[in-house]
Design a protein around this ligand. Structure first.
Ligand code: LEU
Length: 879
C-alpha cells in the first residue's frame, strides 16, 4: 500500500464541467452510463502538450469508452485495478463511459450498494470510483444531472441530488426519474437512492421567504419514528439562519434512513443518507440519548450544506476544514437547544476519554494530517472532535461577533470553491485583523499539550502570580513540538467563592478573562489581589489540554461547591473523584484495604439533595470518571485494579448515601410517572433517576431490586426501561436478569435498533464469562456480521466498553477480536479497521498484556490479502 502526502498535492490536469449519469438498476447488476464534459486545467498545462487523462476507478467492468462521439477500441486506453488512462487530443472534449457493477455483492458499503431491498450510495471519501471512472477528488467540482431507471414495482421511489426535473415510464414495468443539481460539487457528495420507501413531508420557509419541501424517506414500518428528526431539521435550518446567516439553497431537502451504513450519516447535496440509528426516534423505542444524537446528527449533516458543500475541501488532508467546523456548529446548536453546560460536560468527557487516547497512541496525527495510506482511517476523533475544539478556541479568541465576521467572509470569499484550512484561518484573520500564525500549530502538531500551572501570592505587594508551562509529548513522526496558543478562560476566587476583579499587568479585565498562553514558560502577574485566591482555570474547557494545578482535595471540594462557573464546579468534582480513584487503585495494588474519603461523599450528598440544581448537572456530577478515562490518565494502566477500585467506590457511595439516593429516586419516579415528555427538564430528571437506580442496585437490597423490576415492567418509555435492564444485567440477581432479557428480546425482536441495545448491554456487562456470552450472542438469529450496527453493538461494545473482560489475562479477548477483524476485513474493511483501535493501545498496559496484544496484531498483519485500511492501522500500531 502506498502512502500519500499532503506536500505532494497538485491541482488536477483536467476539470469536469458537466457530469451526466444514467443508472440502469437490476437485481444482479447495474449499468452506469456517464457523459463527462472535460476541460484542460490551463493553469497547469499548455494545449500543445496535453497530459494523459487518468480517471480513478475500482472494481468496475468497463464496457464502453466513447471520446467525442467516437467509440475507442481497447488498445486506445489502459485499465488497471485503480484507473483508466487515455490520451485526449484536444483541450476540451466529451467522454462517455459505460461500466457494469454489482451493487448486490457490495459488502464494503462504499459506492452503490444494497441495504435490505433498497439501493443506496456512500461516496465519501473515495466511493464514487466504485461506481464509475472519474476524477474522484474533492477539488474537481462538476454540475451533475442524474437519471435513475428501475422496476417501478420494487423501486417506486428514485432519488438523487438536486431538484427532480423529469420522469416517465419505460416498457416492462420500469420507470425513470431525472434529477438536476445546479450547484457544482465533488463526486463524494453524489447520492442515489431507489427503494420502496414511505415519506414524512413538511416544509420550511427560509429567511428570504422561499418555501422548501422537506422529506424524510424511511421503510414503511418506521414511518412513525421520524417526527423528531423532522423537528430537528427545521430547528437546524432556523438556527443556521440566525447564528450564521446561512440560508438553504435548493427547493427540496431529503433525508433517507438506511439500515446498513458504515458511519453515522452523510451530507450528500440535497439528499442526506443516514444510518437509521441517527434518524429514527420514538419514546417507545429510543432512549433520550438517542433523541439527542438524532438531533445532533441531523443538524451536523444539514450544516454541512454550507460548511462542506458550498465550500468544500481541496484535498482530504483538509477534512477537518469541514468536519471540525461542522462539529463545532452542531455542538453549539445542541447547546442552544438543551443545557449548554451539560452539553459541554458531555463533549469534554468524550474527548478526554477517547480523543486524548488517540492522541497518545500510535495513530496520533495532527488535525490536518501530513500523510495517509487510506483516507477512511482518518475520519477520526482528532479530525472531528479535536478539530471542533480548535475552531472553538478561534471562537473564544475572536468572540461571538468577530467569529461571525470571519465566517461571513469565509463563506462569501470561497462559495463554490474547494479550499484549505489555511483559507479558513485567513478569512478569520482578514475579517478581524488578527494574526493566527502561531495558532495554526494546532493544525500541524499532534498530541495533547500539558499545561502545568503553579501559583504564588505575595501579601505585601498584593500580587498573585500564575506560572504556566506547556509541553506537548512526542507523537509518531513528531519528536519535538513548538509552543501552541492556549486560551485559558479563568477567574480568581476569594474565600467565599466570589470572583475577584482581575487586574493584569495594569489592565482591568473584569471578573472573568481569557488569557492566551503562547510561550513554553509564561508568568501572569495579577495586581491588587487582597488575599490569596483559588484559581478557577480553563473554564468551559477553553483549550483541549491536560491542565494540572496542585489543588488539594479540600480545594476541589471548595470549587465543587462554590465556583460560580457551572462547568468548573463539575470539573472540580470530577477531579476529586479522579484523585480518589487513583488513590484507591494504588492502595488496592499495594494489597491494603480500601477506605472512603468522606469529602467525596459530602460533595455527592450536597448535590443529590440540592433540589435547585439542574437534575442533569447532578447526574453528571455523581457519574464517576469512566474506566477508559482512568486508563488514559495512567502511565501503565492496571485494568483489573481500576475496575475493582471503581466498582468498590460506586458501591461504597451507594451505601453511604443510600437514604438520600432512594429518597430522590422515589421523588423523581413519582414525578415522572405522568405523560411522557421529551423536554429538557424531563430528560434531565430521567437521567438523574436512572443514575440513582444504578447506584442503589449496588446495595443488593431486595427492595431496590423490586423497584428496578417495577421500573422495567411499568415504564412507558425506552429510557427508563433500558436503564432498568442495564441495572438488572449488571446485578447478581440472575433470575430477574434473565427474565428481563428474555422479555425484552421477545417484545422488541422486530426493532433492529432496539435489539442493537439488547446486544450491547450484554456485551458490556462486566461479570465474568462475558466472552462466552458474546460468542453465544453471535449465534443469535438477529445477529449478523454484515450489518455495521450489529457489529458495533456486540463486538465493538465488548472490546471498547467491557474492559476487564476484553483484557482478560489469558488473551482470549484479544484473540477473539483479532478473529473478527480478519473475518470482517474480507467483507467490510472500513469496519474491520475501526475495530483495531482497542488492540492498537497496547503500550498502555503491562508487559504481559502487551505481548499478547502485539501477537494478535502480528497475526492480523500476516493475513493475505489484507485491506489497506487494516494494514495501515495495524502496521502503524506495531511500528
Ligand atoms: N461526512 C460524514 C459526516 O458528516 C462522514 C462520512 C464519511 C459518512 O460525518
Amino acid at each position: 500500500p502506498k502512502t500519500i502526502y499532503l506536500k505532494d498535492y497538485q491541482a488536477p490536469d483536467y476539470w469536469i464541467d458537466e457530469t451526466q449519469l444514467t443508472f440502469e438498476l437490476f437485481e444482479d447488476h447495474a449499468l452506469v452510463h456517464s457523459r463527462l464534459a472535460l476541460r484542460l486545467n490551463a493553469d497547469r498545462h499548455s494545449e500543445n502538450a496535453l497530459p494523459p487523462l487518468v480517471l480513478d476507478g475500482q472494481q468496475l467492468e468497463l464496457q464502453k469508452v466513447v471520446l467525442d462521439e467516437q467509440e475507442l477500441t481497447a488498445d486506445a486506453y489502459q485499465v488497471d485495478s485503480d484507473s483508466l488512462t487515455l490520451q485526449p487530443t484536444s483541450a476540451q472534449f466529451e467522454l462517455a463511459l459505460t461500466t457494469r457493477i454489482e451493487p448486490q455483492n457490495n459488502t464494503a458499503l462504499e459506492g452503490l450498494y444494497k441495504s435490505g431491498s433498497m439501493f443506496c450510495t456512500q461516496c465519501e471519501a473515495e466511493g464514487f470510483r466504485k461506481i464509475t471512472y472519474y476524477l474522484d477528488r474533492p477539488d474537481v467540482m462538476s454540475r451533475f444531472t442524474t437519471t435513475v431507471i428501475a422496476e417501478r414495482e420494487r423501486y417506486p421511489v428514485l432519488l438523487s441530488n438536486g431538484n427532480p426535473i423529469a420522469s416517465g415510464e419505460h416498457e416492462g414495468g420500469r420507470h425513470w426519474v431525472s434529477w438536476e443539481d445546479p450547484f457544482p460539487k465533488p463526486a463524494y457528495l453524489f447520492a442515489l437512492v431507489a427503494g420502496d420507501l414511505c415519506l414524512l413531508q413538511d416544509s420550511f420557509t427560509t429567511m428570504s421567504g422561499r418555501t422548501i419541501d422537506l422529506r424524510i424517506y424511511v421503510e414503511p414500518e418506521n414511518r412513525t419514528q421520524c417526527d423528531h428528526a423532522m423537528d430537528s431539521l427545521k430547528r437546524s435550518m432556523r438556527w443556521d439562519e440566525e447564528v450564521y446567516g446561512r440560508e438553504y439553497d435548493l427547493d427540496i431537502f431529503m433525508i433517507v434512513a438506511v439500515n446498513d451504513f458504515n458511519m453515522g450519516a452523510m451530507e450528500n447535496k440535497g439528499l442526506n443518507i443516514f444510518n437509521s440509528s441517527c434518524v429514527l426516534a420514538h419514546q417507545d423505542t429510543a432512549t433520550d440519548m438517542a433523541f439527542q444524537r438524532v438531533e445532533a446528527v441531523v443538524a451536523h449533516e444539514y450544516f454541512h450544506n454550507w460548511s462542506g458543500n458550498r465550500v468544500t475541501c481541496r484535498d482530504w488532508f483538509q477534512l477537518s476544514l469541514k468536519e471540525g467546523f461542522t462539529v463545532f456548529r452542531d455542538s453549539e446548536f445542541s447547546a442552544d437547544m438543551n443545557s449548554r453546560t451539560v452539553k459541554r460536560i458531555e463533549d469534554v468527557t468524550f474527548l478526554r476519554a477517547n480523543q486524548f487516547a488517540e492522541d497518545a497512541g500510535p495513530m496520533a496525527h495532527p488535525v490536518r494530517p501530513d500523510s495517509f495510506i487510506e483516507i477512511s482511517n482518518f475520519y477520526t476523533l482528532t479530525v472531528y472532535e479535536k478539530g471542533a475544539e480548535v475552531v472553538r478556541m478561534l471562537h473564544t479568541l475572536l468572540g461571538e461577533e468577530g467569529f461571525r465576521k470571519g465566517t461571513d467572509l469565509y463563506f462569501e470569499r470561497h462559495d463554490g470553491q474547494a479550499v484549505t484550512c489555511d483559507d479558513f484561518i485567513k478569512a478569520l484573520e482578514d475579517a478581524n485583523g488578527a494574526d493566527f500564525t502561531q495558532f495554526k500549530r494546532w493544525y500541524s502538531q499532534a498530541g495533547t499539550p500539558r499545561l502545568n500551572v503553579r501559583s504564588e501570592y505575595d501579601a505585601a505587594s498584593r500580587e498573585y502570580r500564575l506560572h504556566f508551562s506547556q509541553i506537548c509529548p512526542p507523537t509518531p513522526g513528531q519528536p519535538e513540538k513548538q509552543p501552541q496558543v492556549i486560551p485559558v478562560r479563568m477567574a480568581l476566587l476569594d474565600r467565599d467563592g466570589n470572583e475577584i476583579p482581575l487586574q493584569l499587568e495594569g489592565k482591568t479585565l473584569g471578573n472573568e478573562a481569557v488569557v492566551s498562553i503562547t510561550e513554553a514558560e509564561q508568568t501572569l502577574v495579577f495586581e491588587n489581589v487582597p488575599n490569596c485566591p483559588l484559581p478557577s482555570l480553563l473554564r468551559g474547557f477553553s483549550a483541549p489540554v491536560k491542565l494540572s494545578y496542585p489543588y488539594s482535595r479540600d480545594d476541589r471540594v471548595f470549587l465543587a461547591k462554590h465556583d460560580p462557573d457551572g462547568f468548573n464546579r463539575w470539573e472540580a468534582a470530577q477531579g476529586l473523584a479522579v484523585d480518589v480513584l487513583q488513590g484507591l487503585v494504588e492502595i488496592h495494588r499495594a494489597g491494603r484495604p480500601l477506605n472512603l474519603d468522606q469529602r467525596l461523599v459530602e460533595v455527592m450528598r450536597s448535590v443529590i439533595t440540592d433540589a435547585e440544581l439542574d437534575a442533569a448537572m447532578v447526574a453528571e456530577i455523581i457519574r464517576l470518571p469512566s474506566e477508559a478515562y482512568l486508563i488514559e490518565l495512567a502511565d501503565v494502566a492496571d485494568v483489573d485494579a481500576i475496575h475493582y477500585a471503581r466498582e468498590w467506590l460506586r458501591r461504597a457511595l451507594a451505601e453511604a448515601l443510600r437514604d438520600e439516593m432512594s429518597a430522590r429516586y422515589q421523588l423523581l419516579s413519582a414525578a415522572g410517572a405522568g405523560a411522557f415528555s421529551a423536554k429538557a427538564d424531563a430528560m434531565a430528571a430521567r437521567s438523574l433517576k436512572n443514575s440513582l437506580l444504578a447506584y442503589l442496585m449496588l446495595t443488593g437490597e431486595q427492595q431496590v431490586v423490586g423497584w428496578c423490576v417495577r421500573q422495567f415492567v411499568e415504564s412507558t418509555n425506552m429510557t427508563d426501561r433500558q436503564a432498568a435492564l442495564v441495572a438488572l444485567v449488571n446485578s447478581p440477581f440472575e433470575q430477574q436478569r434473565e427474565a428481563a432479557l428474555a422479555e425484552f428480546a421477545e417484545r422488541w425482536a422486530e426493532y433492529p435498533l432496539v435489539m442493537d441495545q439488547w446486544f450491547s448491554i450484554q456485551a458490556a456487562a462486566s461479570q465474568p464469562g462475558a466472552l462466552d456470552r458474546v460468542r453465544k450472542l453471535m449465534e443469535h438469529p438477529l445477529f449478523t456480521m454484515r450489518n455495521p450496527n450489529k457489529v458495533r453493538s456486540l463486538i465493538g461494545a465488548f472490546a471498547n466498553q467491557n474492559l476487564v473482560n476484553f483484557h482478560a489475562l489469558d488473551g482470549s479477548g484479544y484473540a477473539f477480536l483479532a478473529d473478527r477483524i480478519i473475518e470482517l476485513d474480507r467483507s467490510n474493511p472500513q469496519i474491520a479497521s475501526r475495530l483495531v483501535t482497542p488492540l492498537s493501545r497496547w503500550r498502555k498496559f503491562e508487559p504481559g498484556r502487551q505481548e499478547l496484544m502485539k501477537a494478535q496484531l502480528a497475526r492480523i498483519l500476516g493475513e493475505n490479502p489484507l485491506s489497506p485500511d487494516v494494514y495501515e492501522v495495524v502496521s502503524k500500531s506495531l511500528a
